[in-house]
Structure formats: structure tokens, C-alpha cells
Design a binder for this molecule. Structure first.
Ligand code: COA
Ligand code: AMP
Length: 634
């Protein structure tokens, strides 16, 4: 490979500082060495192309790297996937050899349906092995999957179908939540009725908890279609070809289609397993998330399998399935070495079992690290988990866009002292800068915009699907030469990063990233609403909850409480239950500038209890205390 000088090698015994320095000063050498962990059909001669794309002349297949090569290397009998499902009372192990067989057949089915390299496939599935198999089957053909989280409503699914234009949709008859069976098929039918795009086929996995009616001529039964298919082999694709699109919330109602390529993604994720997480092949690794989020894509599916680990796919909750000991049971049963979840899950366990009584009888001796991400890790939660488990609790910060951790305590390189409240220091490859409004680096302790100096390392998004202009506008234009993360924070004097929260209208509810813009669109569509603003309000359990402030039309003679209830139901129906939008308050006016711009940032300051001043451009200063009053009432 062509690159600038020798790379950093973990075999050289260098610590974190050396690895980080090498990755920033000589990224080509650093990532060329990491690329050796991946099987290439055509090894890349160039590491970093002039356009910022990684391994531009390399060719590979991601599914081969995640599945086939482990079988070829003798791991066929090792568990690849453990599906543990307290909501159905079942558990099932798939070895690498079994996974290969299932994936190859599912790829054969997709091929029979006309899916080819570059075609898109939407996957709308609960946490069942077929969801993982579907993703890998797409990767096998070089087709581009787009997984949509099951907690989104039909309208959100329709928007994604219209944007991704899938040839085929893969779905299931139902998902299972602790208190109810969620029929997915009617949601899919409704989404397809709303969408302008028509996929050629829908393949439906029938689950016994709710068998779906299939639409003649369009829908196929999953099991039958797979049974009838011949296995398909891996198709070699360019490293820069897309592997998947994952829609994530931006500041407007239309989600952003984050694109992930094949080569950079495989290299970075494989590298991260050893160096960020300290995980070795053969170990049991569990990311307690959902395949619909980036954590699920990266750390339930691709990274653990690329690394030859056993990945746990858990269909349940931290509490209520059946009790707050659920996580500890899974860890003890399968000998989980690394557990990754969101702080909110730990808060939920702590709330129901503050003394950790459910953990005590379990043998948790295999567990070496608890990794937490998805939202800020508050020091209280950190201390509780760390006292209970007696192992390092590692906060790490990243996003859908970045695909893998940007700041973390890289235990596989050199564990650094933990500072609660900080995800430690930037991970090798990420040149993180905190910038002030003029684009200058903020001194230690001073908050600014968290950015990453270009080039981004392998695995980060190369673009937004079918929207290069939005990619540039959202991430690259604010600070030329830097990627804008959308988070605010600061470094301390020792280079530890503190990420304090979003500086835009994205909110984080129970580790789920949501757009207040999409909720505002729904609230504004209510016939009695004149105008509205939705902001995130601090919540002890979920981190944040959305709250709507609504001004009714002058002629709307309605009981405010009734409208508030209707709005909660409307957001649930149009955005989905995952939005957890339960609070809307009717107010006399919204704080606005004289030019009519709603002062959302000031509203957020009030909601978070930060000192605020009324901007000189405010139209009616009395509007602010009214918001503060409404917030006190909740
Ligand atoms: N399909 C259908 N509905 C879903 C769903 C899915 N895949 N996932 C969630 N929902 C529904 C839930 O049933 C719930 O509906 P309800 O309002 O009728 O109760 C709603 O969406 C909110 O779900 P959730 O955010 O899971 O909240 P919860 O109150 O049920 O549980 C926690 C709270 C903290 C236990 C839970 O959010 C959790 O475990 N979070 C972990 C965070 C996580 O996985 N983050 C991903 C990034 S790491
Ligand atoms: P998502 O794209 O869904 O993974 O959400 C990414 C967002 O979650 C980030 O932009 C942050 O706002 C937040 N986030 C994720 N991890 C952390 C963390 N460790 N500390 C603080 N915020 C985090």
C-alpha cells in the first residue's frame, strides 16, 4: 500500500499518546496497517484518496469478512449470534457455520427477487436473528440495506421508503414489547399506502405471536422464500461502495440518510474491537441496543462479527422482562466479557433495584468492562454502576455519522485514569477540536462546538444519501476544514473531552436520537394549533423528554387539556411511540424575535435551569416568564 511512512503498531508496545500521534500525523500508515486485519479481494494500493475516501482502489466483501472467513479459519462451530428473548421466553444460538448457511440462502432469495449490487433494501424488523441475517445478506450481494427502527410510526417509515427507494422490503409480522405485541405488518401496509415509491416485493417473517395477512402478488412468506432459494456467494465490491444507509434525526422533519462505505467501515470497526473495547476473537460481546440504531449496526452486527466474537442479540428491556436482573442474568448465562448499553438503561435498573440486589446472586466474573454511550453519562449513574460491578465503566462518545467511537478510554491500547463526566480522550484517528464562534480553538474549560478536523478516519460517513448538498451544509460549511458534530463541550487541561449536549434541535430520549423539528411538524398540523415549539426537557430516567408549547388559533374554542391529549396521541401516531411525547402545554404566546423567529435556544436554557437573558430583539418579554411558569407546573 502507498502511504506516508511506517504505521503505529500495537505490537510495538506504544501507548495511547503514541498511537494517537501516529494516527494524526501519518493517518495513511496508521490505517494501512489496520487494513491488514481485513481480507481484501484486491488489496488497496492507496490508503487515502484525494477526495477523503479511504482505500479507493481496494475491493472486498463485508459479509465475507464478518462470516465466511471465520468458518474458513475454523470457527464454524463457535457461536456467532445468541438470540436471547425474554419477551418470547426463548433463546437460540447460531454458530458461524449456521449463520453462513442462513445468510447465503437469504442472499439467494434476494438475488431471486432481482436484488443486485447497488440496489437498496429496507429492513423493518424486531430484534430477531433474521434482522441480522438480512443485513449480512444484503452486504453479501453488495446491496445497500436501510434498517428502520421498529418504534417509528408508518409515516416515518414511508418517508424513509420514499427516500431510499428500495427494490424489496424485509419485515416481520410483529415485534414484542413487554406489555403488548406490536403488529408490524399493518404499519408497513400503511407506510406503503402513504409512500409514493413502490417496492417490487415485501418478504414477511411470520412470528406466531401475530400472524400477518400477506398481500397477494406483493408479499412473500420469508421462511418459504428462503427455503426455496439456492445459497448465493459473496460479490466483490469497491471499498468505497455503500454498505448501508441509516436515517438519523436532523434538525428538520426529514431524516438524514447517513451513508456507510464497505472498506473504511470494515477496517475501522475491526480495529475498534481490539483497541477501543479490548475484545478478542472468541469472546462474548453484548451491545444491548437495537439493530435499528447505529449502536446496533456497528456493535451488535458488524464489529463483533468482523472480529470473530460471539454477539448477543437481546430482545427485551433492562427492566420488566421480567425484572431489573435481566441484564445480569444474560451476562452470567453467556459469560459476557464486554457489555455496551446506554446510561438510561442503567438508570432504569438503578431506579427499580437501587441496592443492586438482583446482581448479587449472579456470577458476573466474566464481565470485564461496561461501556456506555448514546447520551451523556451523568456521574451519579457512573458511580452507581462502577460500585455495583467493580469493573471499569467506560463512557464513550460518538454518533450515527461517525459510526464508531470518537472519544473513549481505549482499554485495548492503554487504559487511562477515568474522570467521571468525560468520555476520556479522542480515539486515534479523530482530530477533535473545540471551536469558538470564530473558529478558534477554545482554551481548556471553555465550552464551544465539538468538531473533527478533516480528513475523518475510515468508517465515518462519506456523504448523505442522495443529498451531497445537505451533507456539506450540515457538517462542513460552518467551520471549513472541520466536521461539525452538533454537540457542544470542552477539553480540560489534560485533554479529556467533556460533551455537554446538542447545540441544535436534536434531542436524546432514552438514548434514542429524535428531531424536535419532526414533532413540530406534526403538532403544527393539528387544526386548532396556530404555532408551536417542541424542546427537550431534562428527565431523570430518559435523559430528556420532548415537550410542546402550543398557541391555539384565536377562534379555537377548545378545552386546552383536551388539545394537549390530542397532540400527544397525534405525535405517537405519526412519529411513533419511541418519541415519548406526552407533554404539550397551551400558552398565550411563544417567545419570538421581532422578525418572528421562535427563541428555542432561550427556551432550552429555561428548561435546563440555565441563567437566561431576554435578547434585545425579543418581541414580547412577558413570553419568557410564561414559559418558565409552564415548566414549573410539570
Ligand atoms: N417496536 C415498537 N415499539 C417500540 C419499540 C419497537 N422496536 N421500541 C420501543 N417501542 C415503544 C415502547 O413500547 C414504548 O411504548 P409505550 O409508550 O407504549 O410504553 C415507547 O416506544 C418508548 O420505548 P422506550 O424508549 O424503550 O422506553 P420504555 O419506557 O419502554 O423503556 C428504557 C425505557 C430506559 C428501559 C429503554 O428506553 C431502554 O432500555 N433504553 C436503552 C437505550 C437504547 O437501547 N439505546 C439505543 C442506543 S445505545
Ligand atoms: P446517535 O446518532 O443516535 O448515536 O446519537 C448521537 C448523539 O448522542 C450525540 O451527538 C450526542 O449528543 C449523544 N451522545 C452519544 N454518546 C454520548 C456520550 N458518551 N456523552 C454525551 N453525549 C453522547
Amino acid at each position: 500500500m502507498r502511504h506516508g511512512g511506517a504505521g503505529w503498531s500495537d505490537r510495538s508496545g506504544g501507548g495511547y499518546d503514541e498511537a494517537y500521534r501516529q494516527s494524526i500525523e501519518r493517518p495513511g500508515g496508521f490505517w494501512a496497517e489496520a487494513a491488514r486485519g481485513i481480507d481484501w479481494d484486491v488489496a488497496p494500493a492507496t490508503t487515502l484518496g484525494g477526495d477523503g475516501r479511504w482505500f479507493p482502489d481496494g475491493r472486498l466483501n463485508t459479509c465475507h469478512n464478518a462470516v465466511d472467513r471465520h468458518v474458513a479459519a475454523g470457527r464454524g462451530e463457535q457461536a456467532a449470534l445468541i438470540h436471547d428473548s425474554p419477551v418470547t421466553g426463548t433463546a437460540r444460538v447460531l454458530t458461524y457455520a449456521e449463520l453462513l448457511d442462513q445468510v447465503a440462502r437469504t442472499a439467494g432469495m434476494l438475488r431471486d427477487l432481482g436484488v443486485r449490487t447497488g440496489d437498496t433494501v429496507v429492513v423493518y424488523m424486531p430484534m430477531v436473528p433474521q434482522a441480522v441475517i438480512a443485513m449480512l445478506a444484503c452486504a453479501r450481494l453488495g446491496a445497500v440495506h436501510s434498517v428502520v427502527f421498529g418504534g417509528f410510526a408508518a409515516r416515518e417509515l414511508a418517508m424513509r421508503i420514499d427516500h431510499a427507494r428500495p427494490k424489496v422490503v424485509l419485515s416481520a409480522s410483529c415485534g414484542i414489547e413487554p406489555t403488548r405485541v406490536v403488529a408490524y405488518k399493518p404499519l408497513l401496509d400503511e407506510a406503503l399506502a402513504q409512500a409514493a415509491h413502490r417496492p417490487e416485493r415485501c418478504v414477511i417473517l411470520q412470528r406466531p405471536q401475530a400472524v400477518a395477512e400477506l398481500t397477494e402478488g406483493r408479499d412473500l412468506d420469508w421462511e418459504r422464500a428462503v427455503r426455496e432459494a439456492e445459497p448465493a456467494g459473496c460479490v466483490s465490491v469497491a471499498a468505497t461502495d455503500p454498505l448501508y444507509i441509516l436515517y438519523t434525526s436532523g434538525t428538520t422533519g426529514s431524516p438524514k440518510g447517513v451513508v456507510r462505505d464497505n472498506g473504511g467501515h470494515a477496517v475501522a470497526l475491526h480495529w475498534s474491537m481490539a483497541h477501543v473495547f479490548g475484545a478478542a476473537p472468541g469472546e462474548v460481546y453484548w451491545a444491548a441496543s437495537d439493530v435499528g440504531w447505529v449502536v446496533g449496526h456497528s456493535y451488535i452486527v458488524y464489529a463483533p462479527l468482523l472480529a470473530g466474537c460471539t454477539s448477543v442479540l437481546y430482545e427485551g428491556k433492562p427492566v420488566g422482562t421480567p425484572d431489573p436482573g435481566a441484564f445480569w442474568r444474560v451476562v452470567a448465562t453467556y459469560g459476557v466479557r464486554t457489555l455496551f448499553t446506554a446510561p438510561t438503561a442503567i438508570r432504569a435498573i438503578k431506579k427499580e433495584d437501587p441496592s443492586g440486589n438482583f446482581a448479587k446472586p449472579q456470577d458476573l466474573s466474566a464481565l470485564r468492562y461496561l461501556f456506555l454511550a448514546g447520551e451523556r453519562l451523568d456521574p451519579d449513574t457512573y458511580h452507581w454502576a462502577s460500585d455495583l460491578l467493580g469493573i471499569p465503566v467506560i463512557d464513550h462518545w460518538w454518533q450515527t455519522e461517525t459510526g464508531w467511537p470518537v472519544a473513549a478510554n481505549c482499554v485495548g491500547i492503554e487504559p487511562l485514569p477515568i474522570r467521571p463526566g468525560s468520555p476520556t480522550r479522542p480515539v486515534p484517528g479523530w482530530d477533535v477540536h473545540v471551536l469558538d464562534a470564530d473558529g478558534n480553538d477554545c482554551p481548556p474549560g471553555v465550552d464551544g462546538a465539538v468538531t473533527v478536523k478533516l480528513p475523518l478516519p475510515p468508517g465515518a460517513l462519506p456523504t448523505l444519501y442522495r443529498d451531497e448538498a445537505r451533507f456539506a451544509r450540515s457538517y462542513l460549511e460552518r467551520y471549513p476544514g472541520h466536521y461539525l458534530s452538533g454537540d457542544g463541550g470542552h477539553f480540560d487541561a489534560d485533554g479529556y473531552l467533556y460533551v455537554m449536549g446538542r447545540i441544535d434541535d436534536v434531542i436524546n430520549v432514552a438514548g434514542h436520537r429524535l428531531s424536535t423539528g419532526s414533532m413540530e411538524e406534526v403538532v403544527a398540523a393539528h387544526p386548532d394549533v396556530a404555532e408551536c415549539a417542541v424542546i427537550g426537557v431534562a428527565d431523570e430516567l430518559k435523559g430528556q423528554l420532548p415537550m410542546g408549547f402550543v398557541v391555539l388559533k384565536a377562534d379555537a374554542e377548545r378545552d386546552p387539556a383536551e388539545v394537549e391529549r390530542e397532540l400527544a396521541a397525534l405525535v405517537r401516531e405519526r412519529v411513533g411511540p419511541v418519541a415519548a411525547f406526552r407533554r404539550a402545554v397551551v400558552v398565550a404566546r411563544l417567545p419570538k424575535t421581532r422578525s418572528g423567529k421562535i427563541l428555542r435556544a432561550t427556551m432550552r436554557d429555561i428548561a435546563d435551569g440555565r441563567p437566561y437573558t431576554a435578547p434585545s430583539t425579543i418581541e414580547d418579554p412577558a413570553a419568557l416568564p410564561e414559559i418558565a411558569q409552564a415548566l414549573k407546573g410539570i
